[in-house]
Structure formats: structure tokens, C-alpha cells
Write a protein that binds this ligand. Structure first.
Ligand code: GLY
Length: 298
């Protein structure tokens, strides 16, 4: 089975390239997830992840991250933590635990300190300026910014599948608001025997559909990664519509244990980008047309 990496958004391209090199040089899936996510977290140009992430209404950068190992079923995550330079590193360390693997706020920060993880002020001058402008405009309701959201990375190395996510969440969110990313089954789900799925977009709408778990469950029933993403998202859209509301932006990426990959979105054609690489496809940005229907060529 070909090794492969899929990651949400074109911001992941450099991280995926570095992770591919790591795999070629003998690295394993967890290290490749960490490498790809770290490069996005460290880049202040990406305003929805890690350093340079846009803050909550109080001007504080609150970070969510999670990691799930598809071979052990173990997962770890941090919720609403501040100042941890690489949130995915804390999530990966927590995933070694059976219990106490999902920590919020001060508890997550204390864990990261004990583990010797780096801390820094995650609010850049640029992000602070955007926050001040938003305050001036009295933008008091949460809003997403298109084109950049959670970094979601799934790696398949031999028969081992692992997934990691990291985000600063919605700009101007309520302090303490948690999105889908650290919620296993919503923001990500991985099972090396079946496949893995990760979600990006409006966390509240992703959580409502348990979308990552749902798509993995469909893969278990024999759907390809692409069919599973498409079906899970389309059914969620229809179910919520029947209850009287339209979900906001949601996109999914997936790798199957069968070698398949897939993605689905309810954004307009071309708006959702992802990065895919395997042994015959060098890392490149892909997009989707036809809503949840098709993956377009690169
Ligand atoms: N999908 C990221 C969030 O809603 O926080």
C-alpha cells in the first residue's frame, strides 16, 4: 500500500513536503503528522493556526489541537490553551495516555510546562491590529474567514494511519469557546484498519454531525474515502435542513486503509483546497468542484 498524506488547505503545502521527506527517510506516521502541523503552527502568515492565529474577543489566542493514532486508538488533545508554541506537540504527548488525555486551559498549559514544551506570546502585531479593527467595527458575533482554517493532516505509512489537527478557532470567539478540532469523532477520527477523516470549517456544525466518525463508519461499510466524505456531508446537510437550518462552511479530508483518498465540501467550487501526496503524486494543491460531488484534477 502506498504511503500517503492528505491535509486541509493550501497552507499545508510546505508542511506536507517536509513530512514526505521525513517518510522517505524512514520517519513514521506520528512524526510526519507533527512535522506537517508544526510548519503551519510556526508560520505567522496563517491567521487561524498557532503563532499569528487570530484571537478571541478579549484579544487572547486560545488554541485547540488533537492527535489520534489509528493503530492504538489512543488520542490526545488540548482545548482553549494559551501560549503553547506548538499545540500539536502537547496533543501527541497526551495521546500516550489512556486517561487524562484531553486537557483544557490551565491544565493543558501546566502539562505542557511539565513536559518542557516551548511557550511564547502567540499574538503577533498583525493579529492584534486585526483584533483592534474588529473591536472598532463592533464585530461581536463569531465569523469565519474563508480559505484558512484548521490545519488537518492525515498520514498513512505502511499500515499505520494517524491524524492531527491544530487551530486558534474562530476569530472573535467567546472566551472559552471550543470548536470541533479537539473533539474526537468531530474534528478527526482515525482507525488504521479502516481509514481516517478530519474536518475543517465551522466547528459547531461539524460537532453536530460527528462528521469525522460518521465518514470513517461509512468507510468501514465499504465506501471509498471519497464516497464516505461526500455521503457523510450530504446527509448532514440534508438532516440539518430538515430541522430548519443551513449549516455553515464544512469540509472533510480522508485517507482510506484501502489506499483511497477523498475530500468533500459545501463551499463553492474551488474555494476549498487541500494538499495530497503519495508515492506517485508529488505534494500538490488540489481543489474540489461540484460541491460535495467531485474531486477535480490538480
Ligand atoms: N474548525 C475549527 C473551529 O471551529 O474552531
Amino acid at each position: 500500500m502506498s504511503n500517503a498524506i492528505i491535509a486541509a488547505w493550501n497552507m499545508s503545502l510546505e508542511g506536507v513536503k517536509a513530512a514526505c521527506e521525513l517518510l522517505k527517510n524512514g520517519g513514521e506516521a506520528p512524526e510526519a503528522v507533527k512535522k506537517a502541523v508544526n510548519l503551519v503552527e510556526d508560520n505567522p502568515g496563517f491567521s487561524s493556526v498557532g503563532y499569528g492565529g487570530l484571537p478571541n474577543r478579549l484579544g487572547e489566542v486560545e488554541l485547540d489541537a488533537a492527535y489520534m493514532d489509528g493503530s492504538t486508538g489512543y488520542y490526545g488533545g488540548i482545548l482553549g490553551a494559551k501560549g503553547i508554541a506548538n499545540p500539536i506537540d502537547a496533543a501527541i504527548k497526551l495521546s500516550k495516555r489512556h486517561l487524562n488525555c484531553l486537557l483544557s486551559g490551565a491544565g493543558a498549559e501546566q502539562f505542557a510546562r511539565i513536559e518542557g514544551l516551548a511557550f511564547k506570546n502567540m499574538l503577533t502585531a498583525e493579529s492584534k491590529k486585526k483584533w483592534e479593527e474588529a473591536l472598532e467595527k463592533e464585530k461581536t458575533s463569531p465569523g469565519a474567514y474563508r480559505g484558512h482554517d484548521t490545519v488537518c493532516v492525515i498520514v498513512r505509512k505502511d499500515k499505520h494511519i494517524a491524524a492531527g489537527v491544530s487551530t486558534s478557532g474562530l476569530f472573535m470567539k467567546e472566551p472559552g469557546r471550543i470548536g470541533d478540532s479537539p473533539i474526537v469523532g468531530a474534528g478527526l477520527y482515525a482507525d488504521s484498519a479502516i481509514g481516517a477523516v478530519s474536518a475543517t470549517g465551522h466547528g459547531e456544525d461539524i460537532i453536530r454531525g460527528c462528521l469525522s466518525y460518521e465518514a470513517v463508519r461509512l468507510m468501514e461499510q465499504g465506501r471509498s474515502a471519497q464516497e464516505a466524505c461526500k455521503t457523510a456531508l450530504a446527509a448532514h446537510i440534508a438532516r440539518m435542513k430538515s430541522k430548519g437550518f443551513a449549516i455553515k462552511d464544512v469540509s472533510l479530508v480522508a485517507l482510506g486503509a484501502d489506499g483511497s483518498f477523498g475530500a468533500a465540501t459545501n463551499l463553492k467550487d474551488g474555494e476549498f483546497t487541500f494538499v495530497y501526496a503519495d508515492e506517485t503524486h508529488p505534494p500538490a494543491v488540489w481543489t474540489i468542484s461540484g460541491g460535495v460531488q467531485h474531486i477535480a484534477a490538480r
